[in-house]
Ligand binder design. Structure first.
Ligand SMILES: C[S@@+](CC[C@H](N)C(=O)[O-])C[C@H]1O[C@@H](n2cnc3c(N)ncnc32)[C@H](O)[C@@H]1O
Length: 276
C-alpha cells in the first residue's frame, strides 16, 4: 500500500470518519488524472492530482460530507448537483417516486404536478423523467435552492417540463393531479440534538419544521386540498415518529389516507392521501 494511502487512512481514522477506506477511494477517484478506476491496494501516486486530492482530504478531515466536497449526490436514477444551500437528496425520499409510480400507472398521462420545497430539484427531475407528459411546478422559499434546482433541471434536460420558482406553498394557486413534498420536519428538540455535522453542512431552513416539527403538515392540511383535483394524490415524507400526529392533522381535511409506508430502516416515512 502506498505511503499516501497509509497516511491518509490514518488521518481519516484519527478524525473518526465512519468509512475511511470507502471515502478515501472516492476522493482518490475524483482526483485522478486519467479515467481508470483506482484501488487503495494498488495505487500509484503518479496517477492522481495531489493538490486536488489534498484539498478534498482536508475538507473531509473537517467532517464535510463527500457530497458537498464533490458537489454531487445520486438520487433515484440520476446524479444531482448539490451545495450548502440544499439538503442532500436522501434514499428514503425515493419512496415518494415509488409511490407516485404505484398510484399513477399511466406514465403517458398529462399530469399537473406540484413539488413543494424542491431543494436540489431531485423529486421534480425524477418525476419528469418518469412521467414524460407531466408539467411540474417546483417551488422553494429559498432563492439559493431554486438556483440549484434550475441547474439540475437544465443538466437533465427537463426545462420544457419543469418550472422552478421562488415561492412559498401558501401562495400557490392551481389544480394539481399530484403534489409531492418532503418538508422540513424536525422539532426544536430534534434539531438541537441533530449531529453538529448535519447542522453545519445542511441548511436549517430545509430541516427545521417548527416547535413540534409539524408546522408544514398543519398548514398543508388547510391549503393543499383546495389546489388538488378530485382523486388527486398528495405524497408526503414524514419524520419517523410523526405518522399518527400527521394522520390526525389530515382528518377532516377532505383528503383520505390511502397508505402509510416505511423506509429501508422500517421506519414510518411516507403518507399517501387522495382527494375525496
Ligand atoms: C427537507 S428539504 C427537501 C428538499 C428536496 N425536496 C429533497 O427531498 O431532497 C425542504 C425544502 O423546503 C423548503 N422550504 C421551507 N419552507 C418553505 C415554504 N414555506 N415554501 C416552500 N418551500 C419551503 C426549504 O428551503 C428546503 O429546500
Amino acid at each position: 500500500m502506498s505511503n499516501l494511502v497509509k497516511l491518509s487512512l490514518k488521518k481519516l481514522k484519527s478524525q473518526n470518519i465512519l468509512n475511511p477506506e470507502l471515502d478515501l477511494r472516492i476522493l482518490l477517484n475524483n482526483s485522478k488524472k486519467k479515467n481508470n478506476e483506482l484501488f487503495l491496494s494498488t495505487l500509484n501516486e503518479e496517477e492522481i492530482n495531489k493538490i486536488k486530492f489534498e484539498k478534498y482530504l482536508s475538507r473531509r478531515l473537517g467532517h464535510e460530507p463527500i457530497s458537498k466536497i464533490l458537489n454531487k449526490k445520486n438520487f433515484w436514477k440520476y446524479e444531482f448537483y448539490v451545495n450548502y444551500n440544499v439538503l442532500d437528496p436522501r434514499p428514503e425520499t425515493e419512496f415518494i417516486i415509488e409511490e407516485s409510480l404505484y398510484y399513477i400507472k399511466n406514465r403517458k398521462k398529462h399530469l399537473n404536478i406540484l413539488d413543494i420545497g424542491t431543494g436540489s430539484g431531485c423529486l421534480s427531475v425524477s418525476l419528469a423523467k418518469e412521467f414524460l407528459n407531466s408539467k411540474i411546478l417546483a417551488i422553494d422559499i429559498s432563492q439559493k435552492a431554486i438556483l440549484v434546482a434550475k441547474k439540475n433541471i437544465l443538466k437533465h434536460g427537463c426545462n420544457n417540463q419543469i418550472e422552478a420558482k421562488v415561492l412559498s406553498f401558501s401562495k400557490v394557486y392551481g389544480s394539481f393531479d399530484l403534489i409531492v413534498s418532503n418538508p422540513p420536519y424536525l422539532s426544536t428538540k430534534e434539531y438541537l440534538s441533530t449531529h453538529h455535522d448535519i447542522k453545519k453542512f445542511e441548511p436549517k431552513i430545509a430541516l427545521f419544521g417548527g416547535f413540534d416539527g409539524l408546522t408544514f403538515y398543519k398548514a398543508y392540511a388547510k391549503k393543499l386540498p383546495n389546489i388538488m383535483k378530485k382523486n388527486a394524490f398528495l405524497i408526503l415524507e414524514i419524520g419517523e415518529k410523526q405518522a399518527s400526529n400527521c394522520i390526525k392533522i389530515f382528518n377532516n381535511s377532505g383528503l383520505k389516507l390511502i397508505k402509510k409506508s416505511k423506509d429501508l430502516q422500517k421506519k414510518d416515512r411516507i403518507l399517501v392521501f387522495s382527494k375525496i
